[in-house]
Design a binder for this molecule. Structure first.
Ligand code: ZN
Length: 157
């Protein structure tokens, strides 16, 4: 268990396409555990492997219902629309308004490389889209509708 350094926007690894995982190894299992630890440590709702410098198609998400691990995820269905705030651990202190589908269904592999299908609405649907975009080298800032805003950290006052 270890916390990994989160790459910040501008790092070119965040603009690259990730490769599919072909086989589960101890090293990949360790990566997944570290990604979950890093996501919790930074209070994120999701983290993609390129954000910790690894170009593999792995995503971890937790919107408050326990960790979800997605390997080689693929969005297979979307419905509706939601417009709301989005942020990213690779761009700390900022947020922007992004429109995403309100319902998203994903097919992926689990940590045992077994295929499963998971779906979600609202925040979970948004997290699926945001994190899977990372695997394609895309950041939410390119989809922001009204520019980036600063997070006002009231707790510091
Ligand atoms: Zn992100």
């Amino acid at each position: 268990m270890a916390i990994r350094e989160v790459r910040i926007m501008g790092d070119e690894i965040l603009e690259k396409k990730c490769k599919p995982v072909t086989k589960m190894t101890p090293r990949t299992r360790m990566l997944i555990e570290d990604m979950i630890d890093t996501m919790y440590e930074r209070y994120g709702v999701g983290l993609a492997a390129p954000q910790v410098g690894v170009l593999k198609q792995i995503v971890v998400i937790d919107v408050g219902e326990g960790p979800i691990v997605l390997i080689n995820p693929e969005i297979i269905e979307t419905k509706g629309e939601q417009t709301g705030e989005e942020g990213c651990l690779s761009l700390p202190g900022k947020w922007g308004i992004v429109t995403r589908p309100n319902y998203v269904k994903v097919r992926a592999l689990d940590e045992n490389m077994e295929e499963f299908v998971i779906d979600g609405e609202g925040l979970l649907a948004r997290a699926f889209c945001h994190e899977i975009d990372h695997l394609k080298g895309e950041m939410y800032v390119d989809k922001v509708e009204d520019g980036l805003h600063d997070v006002e950290d009231e707790e510091e006052e």
